[in-house]
Design a protein around this ligand. Structure first.
Ligand SMILES: [Fe+2]
Ligand SMILES: [Fe+2]
Length: 294
């Protein structure tokens, strides 16, 4: 495989140099940076109310403030669990590519990326284990399109498009949680630092995904392949949003019949509107690149 679009190389290199410098300047030791209190107050929200999966629906009105707080605790543990699993996947994929042909240019930045993601995975897992006593297991999306993909250009594109989608969805939550003055300082701190690191990863991801897409389309892919890629990414985006609605979380929060609640919430117009807000940046950037159609 040849390197990403040579005519964009200088510009891409400049971006990578700038992001690597910024990563060095922002560098922190995750193991000494955070205060980990023995416990977090139970009589408080751990997740902003407006980010809860029941927000804006009649199901939220049915819950007492105590039940909402309990739900917020388990939805926050679920959010950080999703991060742990998402990071494991992206680390595996980036590690498979660093210093291999085609990835000469971004490999230096990959070292920052991998180091930071290892730190993120550690502090998210620590939060789950310390305050939830567990990490929720992952519900993986089987991807026939990607698994059966013999073309490394398509596989590379899908890997980095998935990483970008995941990072932008998470960032919506991080940015909000970091600003919510009602949340405990440790929760705000974790989310603020993650948001800071991810702004570099997302700037990098947008550029790389755009380059890989241009390279792929310039090489000529037939329309059926293009439709398959779009359908797969739409499924991936939908699956990512749906993974916030967890029957195991509802059970831990003491809400009966979590499977049925999940189905009702996923069909709720207020939740569709909420998903559009969460996904706005994600879909905007993919539409701008021409990956998704508006
Ligand atoms: Fe991260
Ligand atoms: Fe990241």
């Amino acid at each position: 495989m040849h390197s990403v679009l040579p005519e964009h190389s200088d510009e891409f290199r400049t971006l990578l140099d700038r992001l690597s410098e910024k990563a060095t300047a922002d560098y922190y030791n995750p193991f000494t940076t955070f205060d980990w209190p023995k416990a977090l107050p139970e009589d408080a929200y751990w997740m902003s109310r407006e980010l809860l999966t029941v927000h804006g629906t009649e199901y939220a009105d049915d819950l007492t403030p105590d039940q909402l707080k309990r739900l917020s605790r388990w939805e926050s543990v679920n959010f950080y669990s999703l991060n742990v699993h998402g990071i494991r996947d992206l680390l595996i994929e980036v590690m498979r590519r660093v210093h291999t042909p085609g990835f000469e240019v971004p490999s230096e930045f990959f070292h920052h990326f991998v180091g930071e993601e290892n730190d993120h995975m550690w502090f998210f897992a620590t939060f789950c284990l310390r305050y939830g006593g567990k990490i929720y297991p992952e519900k993986k999306l089987r991807s026939p399109a990607a698994a059966a993909q013999p073309d490394p250009r398509i596989e590379n594109f899908l890997v980095f498009a998935r990483i970008l989608v995941f990072e932008q969805i998470v960032d919506h939550y991080n940015a909000h949680l970091a600003q919510d003055a009602q949340l405990h300082a440790t929760i705000r701190h974790i989310n603020a630092l993650h948001h800071q690191d991810e702004s570099r990863h997302i700037a990098f991801g947008r550029r790389l995904v755009h380059l890989l897409w241009d390279e792929l389309t310039a090489s000529g892919i037939d329309d059926r392949v293009r439709q398959d890629i779009r359908a797969y990414l739409r499924r991936y985006i939908a699956h990512s949003v749906e993974s916030f609605y967890s029957p195991a979380v509802y059970r831990d929060a003491g809400i009966p019949d979590g499977f049925a609640l999940r189905q009702r919430l996923l069909a709720h117009p207020a939740r569709h509107a909420a998903h559009q807000r969460v996904l706005r940046k994600t879909t905007d950037s993919l539409v701008r690149m021409g990956v998704l159609d508006a």
